[in-house]
Ligand binder design. Sequence first.
Ligand code: NAD
Ligand code: 022
Ligand code: ZN
Length: 371
Amino acid sequence: MDVTAAIAFEAGRPLEIDTVQLEGPRDGEVLVEIMATGLCHTDKYTLSGQDPEGLFPAILGHEGAGIVREVGAGVKHLKPGDHVIPLYTPECRECPSCLSRKTNLCTAIRSTQGKGLMPDGTSRFSYKGQPIHHYMGCSTFANFTVLPEIALAKIRPDAPFDKVCYIGCGVTTGIGAVLFTAQVEAGATVGVFGLGGIGLNVIQGAKMVGANRIIGIDINPEREAIARQFGMTDFVNPKELGPNGDLVGHLIEMTGGGLDYTFECVGNPTLMRQALESAHRGWGVSCVIGVAGAGQEISTRPFQLVTGRRWIGSAFGGARGRTDVPKIVDWYMEGRIDIDSLITHKLKLADINLGFDMMSRGESIRTVVEY
Ligand code: NAD
Ligand code: 022
Ligand code: ZN
């Protein structure tokens, strides 16, 4: 069938809107009409050409929501009309990782997903007869896409697509890192490094679990107001500490010894080190969420770990997509989490490149494209 997509033909070139061909779903696969998609950092990173694993041509996008239109043979859990959120971290419930209960990183389709292909090793998308790669197993920058059944979370039908698409990445990543990965407890002191689309969701997760003090750190002073709205109690702008400002020392002094939990939500290795070192001696946990550029390394003195700090990381908030994403949608519908305030811009697909420009300038928290 003909579908409308924003195509990434090659690195560094803006997305181009055109008609592409999409084949129907094969065994275990599902055709989804995408109703809305968020714009996220990895889409921009991949398009920039800096991602050595980026494949072209491709249909990017991984933060969507839509409706099942057709199911392939053997699909057990979904039917046409079901509302779904695509999962770049699938949940097969059968692989060693899913069965371990120790990780959300399902391995069932990992190798083909990384190659931009469906589990049978082929692509459903083509342009003028040439195959186009899928992206993170989702490709939500098209009004229809095909995904494996295990990469779709079924959600309640009354949830608005233009809001819950953000649960497909940013909301779950931020809230999940607090609830599932770090398991922050009530009364904790939490530091959030970077107050963008992820950090603000970390703040709202910390507020949900009853954190006592939530210290936000950002070099953009315009992030203070919205972060306070989400539950931040103290704001630190590292730039205001002066050129030789000691962010770690400042945070340790502010908290009388360090933070119980810190979250790095930028992707900057220097900041990752500062987040670890401002965690409390003996028990502080520092969680890396930000994705650093290819080949970058983190460092600290071993003494930081020997003295009882723990350095951990989180992918997709540690969430098991098919199990946890529907619950997060329920929390939104019950008014327990705020998504609306974080969606600062809405665009039509034709203007998608403007959304990436706003992201680069730090003007938007989240931009959503509605089809
Ligand atoms: P964003 O651009 O919306 O937010 C980043 C924020 O960090 C901005 O407010 C910026 O002003 C601030 N910042 C930049 N440099 C800083 C510094 N040196 N000190 C303090 N603050 C600084 O980005 P986002 O959408 O929130 O994403 C953040 C990171 O999370 C990205 O690296 C993204 O790829 C990553 N991410 C990871 C996962 C995962 O599963 N681990 C999922 C989604 C996103
Ligand atoms: C989403 N991310 C950043 C912004 N939005 C993001 C990027 C990468 C990961 C998670 C979120 C991630 C962490 C660990 C892995 N990935 C590897 C998982 C594994 O090997 O099992 C990751 C994921 C998907 C892809 C690449 C890396 C992909 O589909 N290409 C989950
Ligand atoms: Zn994302």
